[in-house]
Design a protein around this ligand. Structure first.
Ligand code: ZN
Length: 266
């Protein structure tokens, strides 16, 4: 019988091993402003903070290394050596967007254009880095205390693998259209809320050599990041936006010699 077809209990007479795939480790930095995480109503849901919860489920994967960074660390925890070792940056911020210095935002932006992946969660829609990267206000409508059905509208997309047709979040903040962003390059999830609003809840944009994913659920007083479907989306997104390579050199605009001239000389 042909290789690869399993015959119950009978060992095949010959078979070959597929060369072992070399798994590239993905270095993920989970950034959280870590301001509201110190308040009782958030501590009740995330006793160790939101970033510990996200790092906890991501760290269970053999191909993912996780580091956490917060606003109160020197240089927001994003010193050059940290950024230069980050393949995918995850961003959760809410009340302290303006406290992130512009020069750090510039460095993150530069690295995205050279290939780093960025995943922005929930209230990070108003972060400096997402607004700079997308070039729009990223405004939206919101209302606390709603429920959400997240529809998987791209079942063949890498980010939705393992999800059903939809998943339900009993407690989630309503984010409603119009979401002031450029048309996504890939729209994979749509949120529907109990109040009747809809939202583009899972969007991918390509920026330079990098990929950006925005994911809407994740209000700080809801146990959203403990939800297995939410964890599946974020884990899949890490692998999807992870770059094969990050360009070391700056991206410049050189005057170029014509390759055809080189041919004529030969
Ligand atoms: Zn919120």
């Amino acid at each position: 019988q042909s290789v690869g077809i399993k015959v119950g209990g009978v060992p095949p007479t010959s078979y070959h091993f597929k060369e072992r795939e070399v798994v590239k480790m993905i270095n993920v930095t989970v950034w959280n402003e870590h301001v509201q995480d110190k308040e009782d109503n958030v501590l009740a849901v995330y006793p160790d903070g939101i970033n510990a919860c996200i790092a906890g489920f991501l760290g269970k994967n053999d191909d993912i290394n996780v580091t956490c960074a917060t606003l109160d660390m020197p240089e927001c925890g994003l010193k050059d050596e940290v950024l230069e070792n980050t393949d995918v940056l995850i961003w959760w911020g809410h009340v302290a967007h303006e406290k992130v210095p512009d020069e750090i935002v510039e460095k993150i932006h530069d690295r995205i254009l050279r290939g780093m992946g960025l995943i922005v969660l929930h209230s990070g829609h108003f972060s400096k880095i997402l607004r700079k990267t997308l070039g729009t206000t990223c405004s939206l409508k919101w209302r606390e205390g709603d429920r959400e059905r997240v529809w998987n509208i791209a079942p063949n997309h890498p980010i939705t693998q393992g999800l059903g047709e939809y998943f339900y979040l009993e407690h989630e903040e309503m984010y409603g259209e119009r979401f002031d962003v450029p048309d996504p390059d890939e729209l994979v999830l749509i949120g529907w809320f109990g109040g009747g609003e809809v939202f583009r809840s899972g969007c991918v944009w390509n920026r330079g050599l990098g990929k950006v994913f925005y994911f809407q659920p994740g209000h700080e007083t809801n146990p959203t990041f403990k939800n297995p479907n939410v964890q599946t989306v974020i884990t899949n997104a890490v692998r999807y936006v992870a770059p094969l390579n990050i360009r070391k050199e700056p991206i410049e605009c050189p005057c170029a010699k014509a390759p055809e001239d080189e041919l004529k000389k030969a």
